[in-house]
Design a protein around this ligand. Structure first.
Ligand SMILES: Nc1nc2c(ncn2[C@@H]2O[C@H](COP(=O)(O)OP(=O)(O)O)[C@@H](O)[C@H]2O)c(=O)[nH]1
Ligand SMILES: [Mg+2]
Length: 289
């Protein structure tokens, strides 16, 4: 619960609560283990991917399914990371708000796309456009955003390569960079692991993603991102305060000008009245004296 004075102050800022919440999330996340969030459309394969990365192949900590299963962010800490599953981006406005609350705490973003649905959809492009605008995002997003194409098992190699090239081109046009891209199969990984078929598990693409996540250079990039995120969130809040103050000062100056004008009008009226009364008095004095 916010302190009531702060609450009242935020109320006067446009987007005040959102700016404060972003800064707060950045400050809270600062000392925690690195956070990896899966994001993407409904049924892209987000929850399945996180189950693979957190060894939840049979237990499925992150509920999967053909319907809208994740409506709240889900967290699980494993292998020195906290994994965050977020609701699908194309479901409801409430799901979107919840997903963004999770993404504001994330360091590494697994952007999961189902290549069976073709290239990136409008909602995915809009999401990426918003992502690049997040505080501190621009400097390091090229390294922290990992594109994951799921369903490698059910799509031909040619189609997979074609979709990957298209997705990369779309992201490059939007952001100016080409993120790393991983083609994965959750089902191949699960089968490979549960049946001790190492080649199949390796072929699933999940181990390559795990190696990338464990890379110390990615860790270092995330640490620098956290500092950028705090600095820029704080700056945006301060800028909003400055803008609100400038607006108020302008309004006060205008009110002062109005008051001065009213005073001048009043004095003019009063002077006219007095002059009029004096002349009348002079007239009556002359008449009756
Ligand atoms: N064949 C295949 N099915 C997958 C793969 N990844 C996910 N699925 C299935 O796709 C459906 C949606 O997956 P889910 O992880 O719940 O997607 P989410 O909505 O993005 O979390 C589920 O029925 C999964 O079993 C994959 O790599 N290969
Ligand atoms: Mg899910």
């Amino acid at each position: 619960m916010l302190h009531s004075t702060l609450q009242t102050s935020l109320h006067h800022l446009p987007e005040g609560y959102a700016l404060w919440a972003t800064l707060n999330a950045a400050l809270q996340a600062h000392t925690n283990e690195l956070r990896i969030a899966a994001c993407g459309l409904l049924k892209a394969g987000k929850s399945s991917l996180l189950n693979a990365l957190t060894d939840q192949l049979e237990t499925e900590w992150f509920a999967t399914g053909a319907t809208r299963t994740t409506v709240q962010n889900q967290f699980l800490t494993r292998h020195n990371f906290t994994f965050i599953d977020t609701p699908g981006l194309d479901a409801t406005a409430q799901d979107d708000a919840e997903a963004w609350a999770g993404l504001h705490q994330a360091d590494i973003l697994l952007f999961v796309h189902h290549p069976g649905t073709g290239e990136l959809h409008r909602e995915e492009m809009e999401f990426l456009a918003r992502l690049i605008q997040q505080p501190g995002a621009r400097q390091t997003l090229a390294n922290r955003l990992l594109v994951v194409l799921s369903h490698l098992d059910s799509i031909s190699q040619d189609d997979m390569a074609r979709i990957e090239a298209r997705v990369q081109a779309q992201i490059h046009r939007l952001t100016g960079f080409q993120p790393r891209c991983f083609q994965v199969s959750f089902t191949a990984y699960k089968k490979g692991k549960l049946q001790a078929k190492t080649a199949l598990a390796n072929h699933s693409g999940i181990p390559a993603l795990q190696t990338c996540l464990g890379d110390p250079s990615l860790r270092a990039i995330c640490q620098s991102f956290r500092k950028d995120r705090i600095r820029e969130s704080r700056q945006r809040l301060l800028d909003a305060v400055d803008q609100a103050l400038a607006l108020r000062q302008g309004q006060i100056r205008q009110l002062q000008r109005n008051r001065e004008q009213l005073e001048r009008n009043f004095m003019d009226d009063a002077t006219r009245l007095l002059t009029h009364l004096h002349s009348k008095m002079a007239f009556y004095n002359q008449f009756y004296s």
